[in-house]
Design a protein around this ligand. Structure first.
Ligand code: NAP
Length: 286
């Protein structure tokens, strides 16, 4: 990659390292002031290898930040009632400040019922309907980590949102929907696309800011990208492949997130920062 292309990269690894440094300093302050070590409980259900890898990465980052990480490893076949029971137990455990249920959870489980058992003050992954509602309304909340991490990247690179046209591809409750709300709250005009959207390429061609959150490798073609657009690739497909054809998009765009090294590191850093914040709030310190 030549230097012109390098200049277009939005470096999520570097920004995430700074977010994690701040979180580490905060964890130290909380510990010094209260004697308590902020703790994240991670709940893993079943034996999906990708989920196990994500959980390992999150626990490692927790420990790097000086936080405790508690793993609840539940077997395949766990019922909704059993999972909700475990979440209820963590909800009242004063030594636990944040709760994360790694998703996807195995199919028969009512995922929404499990999410709703997390009290909003411990919902550091932004999955409860209460949190999602607060995000839509622009109220303080522990927002879903991937869109919140993306907003930090957009701000870090001074991407103008006010009055811009943002196109979000994907409408999942953890990514596309909160992403669209956050952009609306920053006065972007948002087009939210999904699998039933007609004429997707022509909508994307009008995007000043494009957020691809589809889950399909190299789905967005370079020829769809408006000259000068900012391209955020949230996709993380097997083999470290994004949702955007990077080689095709790098020429027309003005900024782009690489995969890996763009959105991914910001997601985990946001989770860690939100857990430190949750602990500070619950312990009544700064
Ligand atoms: P998801 O729940 O599967 O949602 C995918 C969305 O893409 C759905 O809204 C779907 O539309 C839409 N879609 C599917 N095919 C489409 C098409 N042909 N045209 C337009 N839209 C289409 O996925 P997700 O959890 O939001 O994740 C999206 C991507 O982000 C995945 O690659 C995932 O791995 C990645 N991700 C990355 C991170 C990270 O930290 N980097 C975190 C979370 C997710 P319908 O609603 O109509 O089905």
């Amino acid at each position: 990659m030549d230097n012109t292309h390098k200049a277009k990269l939005m470096d999520g690894t570097a920004l995430a390292a700074r977010v994690l440094d701040n979180a580490r300093a905060r964890v130290e302050r909380i510990h010094a002031d209260t004697g308590v070590i902020p703790t994240l409980a991670t709940v893993l259900v079943g034996d999906d290898p990708a989920s196990a890898t994500y959980v390992r990465m999150k626990r490692k980052r927790c420990e790097d930040a000086g936080m405790k990480s508690l793993l609840l490893d539940l077997p395949h076949g766990t019922s909704t009632e059993e999972l909700v029971g475990e979440i209820n137990r963590l909800a009242v455990d004063e030594t636990v400040h944040g709760i994360l249920i790694q998703h996807p959870v195995p199919a028969p489980i009512d995922k929404r019922a499990a999410f709703e058992a997390i009290p909003p003050e411990k919902d550091v992954d932004g999955v409860t309907s209460s949190t999602i509602g607060r995000v839509i309304l622009g109220m303080p909340a522990f927002a879903s980590c991937t869109p919140k991490g993306i907003m930090q990247l957009l701000d870090e690179y001074n991407v103008e949102l006010d009055g811009s046209h943002a196109v979000v591809i994907g409408r999942s409750p953890i990514l596309g929907r909160p992403m669209a709300s956050m952009l609306i709250n920053r006065h972007a005009t948002v087009t939210l696309c999904h699998s039933r959207t007609r004429s997707l390429p022509s909508l994307v061609r009008n995007a000043d800011v494009l957020i691809a959150a589809v889950g399909k490798p190299r789905f967005v073609k370079g020829g769809w990208i408006k000259v000068g657009a900012t391209v955020i690739d949230a996709g993380y497909n097997p083999g470290n492949i994004g949702d955007v054809d990077f080689e095709g998009a790098i020429e027309p765009c003005s900024l782009i997130t690489p995969v890996p090294g763009g959105v991914g590191p910001m997601t985990i850093a946001t989770l860690i920062a939100q857990t430190a914040e949750a602990a500070a709030q619950q312990l009544g310190v700064d």
